[in-house]
Structures are given as structure tokens and as C-alpha cells.
Design a protein around this ligand. Structure first.
Ligand code: XIL
Length: 370
């Protein structure tokens, strides 16, 4: 921790000069949020699956009413688009793009380079001569196809993993095949296909005040600094915001605020992405659980929405009915519920399974006005 702070202090001086134009831009933005000045409304988004918006009218209506952005939950992933070699399947992604277009929404292209979305057939070829061509062809197949409705791409997802390498990079087929430069290369390649789109790097596990997340913040800042220096076309940083009630004791607003400030100081836009809350106590009454979720979200948003660099808030889902967060066996072990009751669903999204807003939505709705 001390090392991280020392490093941050050194960086502050080095960056001060380089960041001058960005600081000026941010200062302008900050002026518009000065006390008494008119507030602006941040765009709000949610991850959805095609089958959800086409299969559940109430859900589709809630998305239509509340979201300006939709994020394909899995539809654009490489292994979904190309499950076998030579096979391209755009059916579900087209459905989502069509939904977005008809409802006047923008789509965020999630996700181009992610270790978990490489199709099995492509893995051996990545490391062979000309392996990048596989990546390039996938980019060529999706980026122009959705270029009108998609003004923002998550180009690289989750490139960091602590405890493996000196540089904090995650061991992955991309790293094995192309070395650390795969990250910058992916941004350059995406920029060729979408010269006008915003391009982001998206990462999780940078929220809480314990060693692993401290280290991740440190390596993230180092990586962002070197990407910026190398001139990679990267505009935004997506802070995956998978909050966990079991970790709330380690929530430290100052530490998070410092991290956000460092990212903004380098001139990056900041996006809150994949916001949701994993509960830890499923035995409490639903209204108590909902308040705990909302409180965690409020504490988090209070910090990040204070940054003028914040451009968007997106949740990983909108309704608990479709949350990817299941209740785990360890959450249930040794716990008891009154007869006929049980834990129900994880309640970490803004709308309940009947598409009714919960306290988390009230917190979000207010926080979107910055
Ligand atoms: C998740 C989906 O929600 C799941 O349905 C899928 O099985 C695995 O991927 N970080 C990301 C998302 O960037 O793409 C992940 O989505 C959740 C974690």
C-alpha cells in the first residue's frame, strides 16, 4: 500500500504537465456542475439479452422507459458470434441492434477482447504465425455491422489479474500469443474499423480497500498511463462495478476517489459499467435487503459521480428476474427461513422481478443528475 501511494505521489508530478489540456477540458466540465449551475443527466444503460427484450414485454417496456444505452450481455462475444470456425451467427446481436434502433437507444459493443469469450476453435491459431488475423477478422465482422447503432466499444475486458506476473497482466491466450502489446494493438485495430466510436478498457475488482484491489488499482493506473503515452486510441475506462455486501466493510471512499481522480487526470472518460450488488445475507426481509443494496450503491455513486469525467452509468441487467448473480450454495449453508419462504433471487439490480423499481433505482435515478 505504501508503495502504491509513493508511486501515485511521483506520478502526480510527472503527469501534471502532460495532462494540462485534459485538465482544462475537465475544469470546463466541472464549471457546468458548479453549485447553482444546471445539472445534466448522465445516460443510463443496462445489459440485456435478446431473448429477454423479445420474450418479456414488461421488461422491454422498462428498458425502453429507463435506458438510453443497451449492452448486449453475451450476443457480441466472439464465441457467440463464431461458435465454430467459418461460422458467423449474428441472429441475436441483430435482434438487439434492431431493438436499440427502433427504440432510439445506443448500443455499447461488449466485448471485443476478453479471455473468456475466445472460441475454442480459435485458441490454438492465435499463437501461430498470422494469429492476429483471426482477431482482425472477428473485429471486421462485428464492428462495421453494428457501426451505426454502436457509438462505444468495450475493446479490452479484464486484462489484469493479481498474483501472476510482475506487470499485473492476466495470463491469457491473448497474452501468450501476442505479448503485452496485444492491449494497445486491439485499440488500434478497433479504431480502424470504428474511427468515430469511443473505445474503452473495462476492468473489475478496483473498488475496495484491501490488498488485491489496491494492487489492481496500481497496475491499472500504470497500464493506463503507458497506453496514453503510447498514443493508443483509448478514450474511456469502464469501472466494472460489481459491488459485494460482504466486502462493504472494506469500502473506503477516499481510496476510491483518489483512484478515480488519477484516471480522470490522465484525460480518460470514466464509465460506471456492470453495476450490480451481490448480497451476503439472504435471510433478512426483502425490504431490509433492498435498503442494504441501495445503501451500498449510494456510497459508491457518491464517490464516482463527483468526478466530472464520469460519462455514463450502466447496470449489468435491469431486473432481478434476469440477474447473472445466482444465490450460491454457500449463501444458503446453515441458514433457515420461515416455512414456505426462501432466499428468493439475488436482489442486486434496480428493478424487482415484477419490473417494479426498488430503492436502488431511486438512488440511481437521483445520482444520474450530476
Ligand atoms: C457474464 C454474463 O452475464 C453471463 O451470463 C455469462 O455466463 C458470463 O459473462 N464481466 C463481464 C461480463 O465483462 O461480460 C460478464 O458477463 C460478467 C463479468
Amino acid at each position: 500500500m505504501a508503495d502504491t501511494l509513493r508511486w501515485l505521489d511521483r506520478r502526480r508530478f510527472v503527469l501534471a504537465a502532460a495532462a494540462a489540456p485534459f485538465v482544462a477540458a475537465i475544469a470546463t466540465a466541472a464549471c457546468s456542475a458548479a453549485p447553482g449551475a444546471a445539472k445534466r443527466r448522465l445516460p443510463f444503460g443496462a445489459a440485456v439479452r435478446a431473448e429477454q427484450v423479445y420474450g418479456n414485454a414488461a421488461f422491454a417496456a422498462a428498458i425502453d422507459q429507463h435506458c438510453q444505452i443497451i449492452v448486449p450481455e453475451i450476443e457480441l462475444n466472439w464465441d457467440k458470434v463464431s461458435p465454430s470456425e467459418g461460422d458467423l451467427n449474428f441472429y441475436q446481436a441483430d435482434q438487439l441492434a434492431d431493438f436499440a434502433t427502433r427504440h432510439g437507444k445506443k448500443m455499447t459493443g461488449h466485448v471485443l477482447v476478453w479471455h473468456l469469450s475466445i472460441p475454442n476453435w480459435a485458441k490454438p491459431g492465435l499463437g501461430q504465425t498470422g494469429g492476429w488475423e483471426l482477431v482482425r477478422r472477428y473485429f471486421a465482422s462485428v464492428i462495421p455491422r453494428y457501426g451505426t447503432v454502436t457509438d462505444h466499444w468495450d475493446v479490452v475486458n479484464e486484462p489484469l489479474l493479481m498474483g501472476h506476473r510482475q506487470d499485473g497482466l492476466r495470463p491469457s491466450p491473448y497474452l501468450d500469443a501476442f505479448g503485452p502489446s496485444y492491449i494497445a494493438r486491439a485499440f488500434h485495430e478497433a479504431h480502424v474499423f470504428a474511427p468515430h466510436a469511443k473505445l474503452s478498457l473495462n476492468e473489475f475488482g478496483t473498488t475496495y480497500d484491501f490488498k488485491e484491489e489496491h494492487d489492481k488499482r496500481y497496475f491499472m493506473l500504470k497500464m493506463l498511463e503507458s497506453l496514453k503515452k503510447s498514443g493508443a486510441p483509448i478514450h474511456g475506462v469502464g469501472l466494472q462495478s460489481h459491488l459485494e455486501l460482504a466486502k462493504q466493510g472494506s469500502f473506503n471512499p477516499k481510496v476510491l476517489a483518489e483512484f478515480v481522480k488519477e484516471i480522470a487526470g490522465m484525460g480518460y472518460e470514466i464509465r460506471i459499467t456492470e453495476l450490480d450488488v451481490r448480497e451476503s445475507d439472504y435471510t433478512a426481509p426483502a425490504d431490509v435487503r433492498d435498503m442494504r443494496v441501495a445503501d451500498a450503491v449510494r456510497r459508491y455513486l457518491d464517490v464516482v459521480t463527483a468526478s466530472p469525467a464520469l460519462t455514463e452509468i450502466s447496470c449489468w441487467g435491469l431486473s432481478d428476474a434476469f440477474s447473472w448473480l445466482g444465490v450460491l450454495p454457500e449463501d444458503l449453508a446453515g441458514k433457515q427461513w420461515p416455512a414456505g419462504q426462501g432466499p428468493g433471487l439475488n436482489r442486486g439490480l434496480p428493478f424487482n422481478s415484477d419490473m417494479q423499481p426498488k430503492p436502488m433505482w431511486n438512488v440511481l435515478d437521483a445520482a444520474l443528475n450530476v
